[in-house]
Design a protein. Structure first.
Length: 188
């Protein structure tokens, strides 16, 4: 019996979603294709009917994860009734929840160090997605791209450090200081 129309696209989407979650949590090198497929509820054997290699999956997972993060940040901005929408974006991005839920968090701080050593295909896609994030921040904050770039750099660095330290109080203080600094970058 043939699969229903759209089945292959749906399965591919499940694999990409599983990969994005796994890469956010474990990084690229520490997660295997069989683990990603298992996370999607599939067997390893079907992987190559959807992707040429793991590098292609990494690129697609980056694209998916950035879209997911932008959607979450847009939701935060849309909830603002008065005041700068960018403050809600900063508040969400540099929150304890975002820090602690790496599996749904921004992929940029999770993978940047590994991406710098990845293939040109992956780096190209990651670059496009970072540019898309900068454009999003520029639009929400109503600032130029240079300021949005500085804002993204500050937020990513803050989140990376807050996730890296073992002292909970230090981590929280990094988030607080990062939020304050980020808001100062985009004073409106």
């Amino acid at each position: 019996m043939p699969y229903p129309e759209g089945h292959k696209i749906k399965v591919r989407g499940k694999i990409i979603e599983s990969a994005a979650q796994a890469f956010r949590t474990h990084g690229i090198r520490d997660i295997s294709v069989p683990a990603i497929m298992k996370g999607a509820g599939l067997t390893h054997g079907g992987f190559y009917s959807h992707f040429e290699n793991k590098e292609q999956l990494v690129a697609e997972a980056c694209r998916y994860a950035i879209s997911d993060t932008i959607a979450l940040l847009q939701e935060a901005a849309d909830e603002v009734k008065q005041g700068p929408k960018i403050h809600a974006v900063i508040q969400y991005y540099l929150s304890q929840q975002h820090r602690d839920r790496t599996e749904i968090g921004c992929i940029i701080p999770a993978l940047s160090s590994e991406i710098s050593r990845s293939s040109e295909e992956v780096r190209y896609t990651f670059t496009q997605e970072v540019e898309r994030m900068i454009d999003f921040l520029s639009s929400v904050a109503e600032v130029d791209k240079a300021t949005a770039s500085a804002l993204l750099s500050s937020m990513v660095g803050t989140l990376l450090l807050a996730r890296s330290v073992s002292d909970a109080m230090l981590s929280d203080s990094l988030l607080t200081a990062g939020r304050q600094h980020a808001k100062e970058l985009v004073k409106t």
